[in-house]
Design a protein around this ligand. Structure first.
Ligand code: SF4
Length: 529
C-alpha cells in the first residue's frame, strides 16, 4: 500500500531511510509504537498545542478526519486574504502535512510549528554549532536539528503546493525566561481521555490570551535555519528536494533502503528484544545487520560492541570488523586504573572479560566498599524525591519547566540493623506550590542527627539546588535563610549555581558507589548460551 510522506515519517526517514520500510509493517516490532504518544503526553505537548491556539484568537481548526476533505477545506480557507488556520492540511503529490498554525496575510504565510521544548530567547544563535558560527558557515546543532528539519519539510511542502506564496517558518517554544503571572494556568488545559481512550485537551471556558497573563510561549523565526537545512547534503549526496523525493519513493514502492549500519543502530526502535520476538514479531535491526554485515541469526544473541557501557569507540571497532563484544581485545579498551574503585575503562574491560569467559556472576569489590562504609555514620538516611517539570506552570511566579517537588520518602537503617520507613512528604493540596514545604519537611526529617544521607544519581541534589535558587529569588519566605543553609549542608553545588559549595553532610550517591564497586552482567546475555 502506498503511504504518504508525512512530517512524522519524514522525521523517521531522516534518522534512517531504512526505518521507513519497517515503520508501518505489522510484521516488525517497534519499541516506539507507544513512545511518541507517551512522550508528547509527558512533555505537555498536547497542552502546549492548545495554549498556542489561545495565543492565536480567531483561528479556524481543520477537524475533518477525511484527508481529502481536510485538504479541500484548507485550500478554501487559504483563498481568504487573511486567515489563521490550525491543523492546516496540505498535500503535494505524495507529501502530506498537518501544520500546527498557519497565519496567512496576502501572499505571505507564516508557518508556526509548536513544540513543548524550552527555549531561552536571550541566547545568540541557539540553533547552530558554535564552531560553525565562528567560521561563518552555520551548521545546525544536534539538539535542534530534528526540529528545524521538521519545519523545513513542512515549509517545503507548502512551497510546492502553493508556489505563489512566500512561506516564513517559525517555531513556537516554551519561553524559559518568562514568569507566569497567573495561578493555575496548567489546570486550564485539562487532558481528557474519556472518549474512546483518545487524549484530547479541554480548555477551560473563558480562557483567553489576556486571562493567562504573561506570555509563556515565544515565536522564533527560523528562516535562516530552514535555508541551512534546505542547502544541506543528505545521504547519497542528495539535495533536500532529492532526499524528500527519495523518501517518498521508498514509501510509494514499499522498498527497504540499503541499510547503512553503524553504532547509531544501538538505539534503533526496531532492535526488539526476545520478548517481542517470541511473540512472533520480526526484528528490523537483525534484518538490516544480516543484509549489511552478513550476520547469521544465531549470532544476534552475542552482545555487540556498542553494548559496552559508555563506550565511545564502537564506530572504530566496527570499521575493523569487530562487531561483537567477544571480539574485543584489551588494547581496544586500554583500561586505566581507577583511584577509588573501578575506572570507567576498567568497568568496560570487566564487562568484556565476563562475556569472553561466559561468566555471569557479579563482580563486587568488598574491600573497597568496606573502606567506603567506614566513613558512614548511623542512622543511615535514604531519601527519594518525586518531582515534575511541566511546560505550562501550575503557579504564578514559576517559569515553564520549573522544578516542582511534591513528594519524598525517607527510610532509615539503624546501627542495630533495623530498617524503618521514617517519614514522607506528599502534597495533597490542589493548586498549592509545594517546594518550600517540601524542604521544610525534609529538614525536619534529617536535622535530629548527623547520620549519612543517601540518594541514587544526581536528581535529589539537582532538585535541592533548584529549590535553593527559588528561595534566593523570593522575599516572601520567612525561614528562607535556614532552608538555604540546610540545603547547602547536604548538597554540592551544581554547574549552574552562582557560587560553589560542598556541604559537610553532602549526600552520598549510591549510583556512583555501584559504578565503583559493583558490576552485574545482564542476564539475557547468558540465557541464550
Ligand atoms: S538497524 Fe540501523 S540501519 Fe536498520 S533501520 Fe535501524 S538504524 Fe537504520
Amino acid at each position: 500500500m502506498s503511504r504518504n510522506l508525512t512530517k512524522s515519517r519524514f522525521k523517521v526517514g531522516y534518522e534512517c531511510p531504512s526505518k521507513l520500510f519497517y515503520l508501518d509493517n505489522k510484521k516488525f516490532g517497534n519499541l516506539n509504537a507507544e513512545n511518541s504518544f507517551l512522550e508528547a503526553l509527558a512533555e505537555g505537548g498536547f497542552q502546549v498545542g492548545e495554549l498556542a491556539k489561545v495565543y492565536h484568537p480567531g483561528g479556524i481548526e481543520i477537524t475533518s478526519a477525511n484527508k481529502d476533505q481536510a485538504v479541500t477545506e484548507t485550500a478554501e480557507l487559504l483563498k481568504r486574504d487573511k486567515v489563521t488556520i490550525f491543523e492546516a492540511t496540505i498535500r503535494h503529490e505524495n507529501l502530506f502535512i498537518k501544520a500546527d498554525v498557519l497565519v496567512k496575510s496576502g501572499s505571505n504565510i507564516q508557518l508556526i510549528e509548536v513544540k513543548a521544548k524550552s527555549f531561552d530567547p536571550t541566547e545568540r544563535n541557539p540553533f547552530f554549532t558554535k564552531a560553525s558560527v565562528k567560521k561563518n558557515k552555520p551548521q545546525l546543532n544536534s539538539q535542534w536539528e530534528p526540529y528545524i528539519m521538521d519545519v523545513a519539510f513542512q515549509a517545503f511542502v507548502i512551497q510546492q503546493a502553493f508556489p505563489d506564496f512566500e512561506v516564513e517558518p517559525f517555531l513556537m517554544l516554551a519561553d524559559k525566561t518568562s514568569i507566569a503571572t497567573v495561578d493555575g494556568i496548567n489546570q486550564r488545559f485539562f487532558l481528557d481521555s474519556s472518549v474512546g481512550g483518545r487524549v484530547s485537551v479541554i480548555t477551560a471556558p473563558g480562557t483567553t490570551a489576556a486571562s493567562l497573563g504573561a506570555k509563556l510561549l515565544v515565536k522564533v523565526s527560523v528562516s535562516k535555519e530552514v535555508e541551512v537545512a534546505w542547502a544541506s547534503q543528505f545521504r547519497g549526496g542528495h539535495s533536500f528536494s532529492e532526499f524528500v523525493s527519495y523518501l517518498s519513493s521508498l514509501l510509494e514502492t514499499n522498498t527497504l533502503a540499503e541499510p547503512v549500519v553503524s553504532g547509531g543502530c544501538k538505539s534503533c526502535e526496531f532492535r526488539i528484544g526476545a520478548d517481542l520476538k517470541s511473540s512472533g514479531l520480526l526484528s528490523g535491526f537483525e534484518n538490516c545487520w544480516s543484509k549489511a554485515r552478513g550476520i547469521k541469526a544465531a549470532d544476534f544473541s552475542r552482545p555487540m560492541v556498542f553494548d559496552i557501557w559508555n563506550f565511545r569507540r564502537s564506530e572504530l571497532l566496527l570499521a575493523q570488523e569487530k562487531v561483537f563484544i567477544d571480539q574485543v581485545e584489551r588494547d581496544d579498551i586500554d583500561p586505566r586504573e581507577g583511584a577509588d574503585g573501578l575506572s570507567a575503562s576498567e568497568r568496560q574491560w570487566l564487562q568484556v572479560e565476563k562475556i569472553i569467559a561466559k561468566e555471569s556472576t557479579p563482580y563486587f569489590d568488598s574491600e573497597g566498599m568496606a573502606e567506603e562504609m567506614e566513613r558512614w555514620r548511623f542512622p543511615l538516611h535514604f531519601i527519594d524525591f518525586e518531582t515534575t517539570m511541566v511546560a505550562i506552570p501550575f503557579h504564578a511566579g514559576c517559569r515553564p519547566y520549573e522544578q516542582i517537588a511534591f513528594q519524598f520518602s525517607h527510610h532509615c537503617v539503624n546501627e542495630n540493623g533495623t530498617v524503618e520507613h521514617a517519614g514522607e512528604y506528599l502534597n495533597r493540596e490542589k493548586g498549592k506550590y509545594p517546594n518550600f514545604d517540601f524542604v521544610r519537611n525534609l529538614k525536619r526529617e534529617l536535622e535530629d542527627d548527623n547520620g549519612t544521607i543517601f540518594r541514587f544519581a544526581a536528581h535529589e541534589n539537582t532538585v535541592l539546588c533548584q529549590i535553593r535558587q527559588q528561595l534566593l529569588s523570593t522575599d516572601d519566605v520567612s525561614d528562607s535563610r535556614e532552608l538555604v543553609a540546610f540545603i547547602e549542608s547536604i548538597t554540592a553545588s551544581t554547574d549552574s549555581a552562582e557560587s560553589e559549595w560542598l556541604g559537610p553532610r553532602n549526600m552520598i550517591d549510591m549510583c556512583e558507589l555501584v559504578k565503583l564497586f559493583y558490576y552485574h552482567p545482564p542476564n539475557q546475555w547468558f540465557e541464550l548460551d
